[in-house]
Design a binder for this molecule. Structure first.
Ligand code: SF4
Ligand code: SF4
Length: 151
């Protein structure tokens, strides 16, 4: 599977959790069962996340992109694939395959900035920008490598 296929997976973030469409917990009655997947989920752990048949209640198919005011931008040219961002992201929004960082799941990223904090490169391979900032402009404005201060 190519990087483009992973990032543009059509099962991810199909439902916008806006105020008017939100599925409230007050709609869940006693004894109600919310299945995470459609059909038989016996071998679900052996399937890649993007290949699973998600139920409408699974957060994987809901997007929270509209909650974000700042977003992380990823610069492939500097990344060393250390996987720190993947490990520390609290929303599992770093997309990585076979230990290669592929990008950010903007449907689930909430813009907390943790991935930027833990990125060890100089300059960082992830930086926060305003949500509406154009990605190409963000990459073009990337800072230069910082030199060590001499004492
Ligand atoms: S900003 Fe936060 S939620 Fe978004 S990818 Fe980084 S660590 Fe994850
Ligand atoms: S923390 Fe930085 S260098 Fe490490 S994989 Fe993530 S973006 Fe790349």
């Amino acid at each position: 599977m190519g990087i483009g296929n992973v990032l543009s997976n059509d099962k991810r973030g199909m439902i916008e959790l806006g105020a008017e469409k939100k599925v409230g917990w007050d709609e869940v009655t006693h004894g109600m069962v919310l299945h995470s997947f459609e059909d038989d989920a016996t071998n679900i752990s052996s399937q890649k996340a993007e290949d699973r048949n998600y139920a409408q209640f699974n957060s994987y198919v809901a997007t929270v992109a509209s909650w974000r005011v700042v977003k992380p931008v990823y610069n492939r040219d500097i990344c060393i694939d250390c996987q720190n961002c993947w490990v520390y992201c609290p929303d599992t929004s770093i997309i990585s395959r076979d230990k290669q960082m592929l990008g950010i799941d903007y449907d689930h990223c909430k813009g907390c900035g943790v991935c930027v904090e833990v990125c060890p490169t100089n300059p960082k391979s992830l930086l926060m920008f305003a949500e509406l900032h154009n990605l190409e402009d963000a990459i073009a404005s990337w800072p230069e490598k910082k030199k060590k201060e001499e004492n």
